[in-house]
Design a protein around this ligand. Structure first.
Ligand SMILES: [Mg+2]
Length: 453
C-alpha cells in the first residue's frame, strides 16, 4: 500500500474495518414525558461509528455508566463475548437496564460496520412489518364507556390490537367493591410515588414506607374482590366491548396486588369478553401459581416484562403456566437474549408479545427482533399520545408506528441516522440534567469481576 493511499484512507470513515473497531466512549441523556423517564445511550468508536442503546425506563444512567471501564478498548463487534463479561452486573426488571442498553448499542455498531440491518444478522425476516398494540391506562377512564371511546380512537388510528388496564385501582371509589384488612386500603391508596431526589431524611423515610406498602406481593395484601366488585369489573368490560365490538383483540394489565384466587374469580367473570391475555396477575416467579391460573381460566396467561435472561423463562414455559410471554428488550438482556427468548418460547408453542414503553431506540431494537421471530404476536407502544416521540431520531420513515405497524428499512444497524439533540434538550429530566456530557469519571473504575477463584 503506498503512502498516499494510506494517508487518504486515514481521513475516510469507511466503516469497513470491523476487526479494528474499538469502543472509545459512552454518553447518556435522560428525558421525561416519553411518557416515561427514559435514558438514551451512545457508544462511540475509533472509526466514527456510533451505536445507540437505551437503559430501561424508570431506571438510572449509572446502571450503564458503571460498565464503561469494562468496555473501553473492546471491539464492539464481539457482542457475545462482551455480554458474557457484563451480564453478571444485571438483574431482573430495572436492574438489567444498563447491560441491556449496552448490548443493543453493540449490535447497532456491529451491524453498521458490516452494513446490514440487525434483523438480517438474526436470520432475516419472518414478516414485512411488526404489528403494534397500543396500551391504554385508566387515567380519565373511570367507566367502561369512556375506556371504550379511548380504545376506539386507537382503532381509528389504525391499530389492530389493543390493551387496557383493568385493575382494582378502578374500584377505589366504589363502596363495597373490595374486601381487605380494615384500614389497609386507606393506607395503600395513598400511593407509592417516586423517590424524592432532594427530600429530607424524614421525607425519605416516609417515602420508603409507602414504596414498601405498594411492593407487598399479591398473596400477602389480603385484598379480595366482592361480588359487587366483580359485577363492576364485568360491566366495565361489557361497556368497553359495546363500544369497540368483539372482533379486535383486547389484552388486560395492572390487575393490582390481588392473590391467585381473586385473579381466577376475575378471570372467570370476564373470559366471555375474549380477553387476548391477562398480564402479570401474580409475580412472574410464582411458577406453580401461573400453572394453576392458566388451568383455571379460559384466558391466555402472560408475564415476563421483568425477567432477566432467556433461561429464566424456562420454568414458566415448562410448567405450561403461560400462553404468551412478554419480555422487554431493556430487561431481558438486549437483542440476543430477546431472540433466544422468542426461540425458546417457540419450542413450547408459546407466542411472544414484546413489552415496550420507551423511546424509538427501544422500539426499533424490539422490532428488529420481532420481525425476525416466528412466534411474534405484537409489540407494545406506549407513546401514541406523545407528539414529539417520533422526532427523537432521524432515519426511519415517520411516523415510526404507522397505522398500527412498524416497517423496518434496509438501513444498517437499528436504522437510526442520528438522535435529535434539539428535541432531547427540550425534554431533559430536571433531576438528571445534561446532554451527552463527559463521563470520563467512569473510565478508570476497576473491579475484579471474575465470579470464581
Ligand atoms: Mg405490564
Amino acid at each position: 500500500m503506498n503512502t498516499d493511499y494510506t494517508e487518504a484512507l486515514a481521513h475516510v470513515s469507511t466503516a469497513s474495518r470491523p476487526s479494528e473497531l474499538r469502543i472509545t466512549d459512552m454518553k447518556v441523556a435522560d428525558i421525561v414525558g416519553a411518557p416515561m423517564h427514559c435514558i438514551m445511550l451512545k457508544i462511540e468508536t475509533n472509526q466514527g461509528i456510533t451505536g445507540y442503546g437505551e437503559v430501561r425506563d424508570a431506571a438510572y444512567r449509572d446502571y450503564a455508566l458503571m460498565l464503561k471501564s469494562r468496555l473501553l478498548g473492546e471491539n464492539p463487534c464481539e457482542i457475545d463475548r462482551i455480554f458474557r463479561k457484563i451480564k453478571q452486573l444485571g438483574t431482573h426488571a430495572r436492574g438489567a437496564g444498563g447491560v441491556s442498553g449496552v448490548e443493543i448499542a453493540l449490535w447497532d455498531i456491529a451491524a453498521k460496520a458490516y452494513g446490514v440491518p440487525i434483523y438480517q444478522m438474526l436470520g432475516g425476516k419472518h414478516r414485512d412489518k411488526v404489528r403494534v398494540y397500543c396500551d391504554t391506562d385508566i387515567d380519565g377512564k373511570p367507566d367502561g364507556k369512556r375506556m371504550g371511546e379511548a380504545l376506539q380512537a386507537r382503532l381509528d388510528a389504525g391499530f389492530t390490537f389493543l390493551k387496557m388496564d383493568l385493575g382494582i385501582g378502578l374500584l377505589r371509589d366504589v363502596p363495597g367493591a373490595l374486601c381487605a384488612p380494615l384500614g389497609f386500603l386507606e393506607e395503600w391508596q395513598k400511593g407509592g410515588g417516586w423517590a424524592g431526589y432532594d427530600g429530607t431524611i424524614e421525607e425519605r423515610h416516609e417515602f420508603h414506607k409507602r414504596v414498601q406498602l405498594q411492593s407487598i406481593e399479591h398473596p400477602y395484601t389480603g385484598i379480595q374482590l366482592t361480588e359487587k366488585g366483580l359485577d363492576w369489573m364485568e360491566q366495565y368490560c361489557a361497556d368497553v366491548r359495546s363500544v369497540i365490538g368483539c372482533d379486535v383483540p383486547l389484552a388486560i394489565d395492572h390487575l393490582g396486588h390481588i392473590g391467585l384466587t381473586e385473579a381466577i374469580k376475575l378471570g372467570r367473570r370476564i373470559e366471555k369478553y375474549n380477553i387476548a391475555w391477562m398480564e402479570d396477575a401474580v409475580p412472574w416467579m410464582y411458577t406453580d401459581q401461573y400453572k394453576l391460573l392458566q388451568q383455571s381460566v379460559a384466558i391466555p396467561i402472560c408475564t415476563g416484562e421483568d425477567i432477566y435472561l432467556h433461561d429464566n423463562f424456562k420454568p414458566l414455559l415448562e410448567s405450561g403456566g403461560v400462553s404468551v410471554i412478554h419480555p422487554d428488550i431493556l430487561t431481558v438482556g438486549g437483542i440476543s437474549e430477546l431472540k433466544k427468548t422468542a426461540d425458546l418460547a417457540d419450542e413450547y408453542h408459546v407466542a411472544m408479545a414484546i413489552h415496550m414503553a420507551e423511546t424509538p431506540i427501544a422500539a426499533l431494537a424490539s422490532a428488529h427482533v420481532g420481525i425476525a421471530s416466528a412466534n411474534l404476536l405484537a409489540q407494545e407502544f406506549h407513546s401514541f399520545d406523545v407528539p414529539w416521540w417520533n422526532d427523537l431520531v432521524t432515519g426511519p420513515a415517520k411516523p415510526i408506528v404507522d397505522h398500527g405497524f412498524i416497517t423496518l428499512s434496509d438501513a444498517p444497524g437499528l436504522g437510526i441516522d442520528e438522535l435529535n439533540d434539539e428535541v432531547i434538550a427540550e425534554h431533559l429530566h430536571p433531576a438528571v440534567p445534561g446532554i451527552w456530557e463527559s463521563t470520563d469519571e467512569w473510565n478508570t473504575r476497576y473491579v475484579h469481576d471474575r465470579i470464581w477463584s
